[in-house]
Design a protein around this ligand. Structure first.
Ligand SMILES: *Cc1c(COP(=O)(O)O)cnc(C)c1O
Length: 368
């Protein structure tokens, strides 16, 4: 049996008639940029995320950037974020003009370790930017406590966590703002590039709306130096249809994760941690083993694709050499980068497929 890493075609086929019709309606109205498909999706997504407003933009990286700009972040400021994240988180901070200040992650949750945040703070710190990595939210109570004690703002990188909850509160609703990616492979994915920002602060929302459209709220009147970061009409239409299925798909992902937990139990691997306070939405299913390279090669030889999220931590990337970090600065993140492996996971994945992947992993350890 061939098991793909993810199967976007299966998802498209399951909603083809509905999504094709939604796209056709955008084309019939020539509503290519913003327009009603985007504003309808924005209202639905805000409700879904338990916020007052959401604003559609052209990708998740710009969602982070515009949120930071709307909060007034720029040169001279510092923004604290997790060392174990996708490059876009740190890139958006740097593009705002602020300095990304990295903090190591907790080995169990693999998210930013709140205990280490205070040590990374300075007088210049303005924002804590936790990343809800792999579909599990960061330890928000402790992050909120620190933000309140020091008067900092919180921006949640929710790119991998559409629909995830922490103590009943949705990703993107806890901080002052939330930033989402709707890249095709994310839990809620467009048919191209797209992103979104959530907030319940309507003034900030107005500012983000201006920033995404050349700093204007009235055509050809530019009050701010803005960007072209508007969401396309087709993406709004696709996301509007897909949002209705998101809970079902997240549940299916979690079912796949449960199957993996059962099938891989007892092997010399670290499996994702489970905690009742976190309602996860398994964007990826990440195992840890010291034999990562050998296991990945073995699985590849047996037709099972895997990915490493991420093989080179931010602080060891050439692009961020100007931050002057060294190997050894973030030991947990560095250890994870050597031991993590993301297994195939997608809502349409069957129990048989999970058994296939798991039995190959079992075989690998038996042969050792
Ligand atoms: C995908 C992702 C982003 C960036 O989103 P794009 O839409 O690809 O620009 C930012 N942060 C994290 C954690 C992501 O996974």
């Amino acid at each position: 049996m061939k098991v793909p890493y993810l199967d976007l075609q299966a998802q498209y086929q399951s909603i083809k008639a509905e999504v094709d019709q939604a796209i056709a309606s955008v084309l019939d109205n020539s509503a290519y940029v913003l327009g009603s498909s985007v504003s309808v999706f924005e209202a639905d997504f805000a409700k879904y995320c338990q916020t007052t407003v959401s604003i559609g933009v052209n990708n998740g990286t710009n969602a982070l950037l515009l949120a930071l700009k709307a909060m007034g972040i720029g040169p001279g400021d510092e923004v604290i974020t997790a060392a174990n994240t996708f490059i876009a988180t740190a890139a958006a901070i740097a593009h705002s003009g602020a300095k990304p200040v990295l903090v190591d992650v907790d080995p169990i949750s693999r998210n930013i370790d709140p205990q280490l945040i205070k040590m990374a703070m300075s007088k210049k710190t303005k924002v804590i930017l936790p990343v809800h990595l792999y579909g599990r939210m960061a330890d928000m109570d402790r992050i909120i406590a620190i933000s309140e004690e020091y008067g900092l703002q919180i921006l949640e990188d929710s790119a991998q966590a559409q629909g995830a909850e922490y103590k009943g509160r949705r990703a993107g609703s806890i901080g002052l703002m939330g930033a989402f990616s709707f890249y095709p492979g994310k839990n809620l994915g467009a048919f191209g590039e797209a992103g979104g920002i959530t907030t319940s602060d309507v003034e900030l929302a107005d500012k983000v709306r201006m920033l995404r459209d050349h700093g204007s709220s009235k055509k050809y009147h530019h009050d701010l130096l803005g960007y072209n970061a508007r969401m396309e009409g087709i993406q709004g239409a696709v996301l509007g249809v897909k949002l209705k299925y998101l809970d079902r798909w997240n549940k299916a992902r979690n079912q796949v994760a449960d199957w993996y937990d059962q099938e891989l139990a007892g092997l010399p691997l670290r499996l994702p941690n489970r905690d009742d306070e976190y309602s996860q939405v398994f964007h990826v299913y990440v195992i840890e083993t010291e034999y990562r390279e050998q296991l990945q090669a073995y699985l590849s030889e047996h037709g099972i694709p895997t990915i490493i999220h991420y093989p080179i931590p931010i602080h060891l990337q050439k692009a961020f050499s100007f931050l002057d970090y060294r190997a050894g600065d973030f030991p947990i993140t560095e250890k994870l980068s050597n031991e993590i492996l993301s297994l195939p996971i997608f809502p349409e994945m069957t129990h048989e497929m999970v058994q296939e992947v798991s039995s190959e992993i079992r075989q690998f350890f038996n042969d050792r």
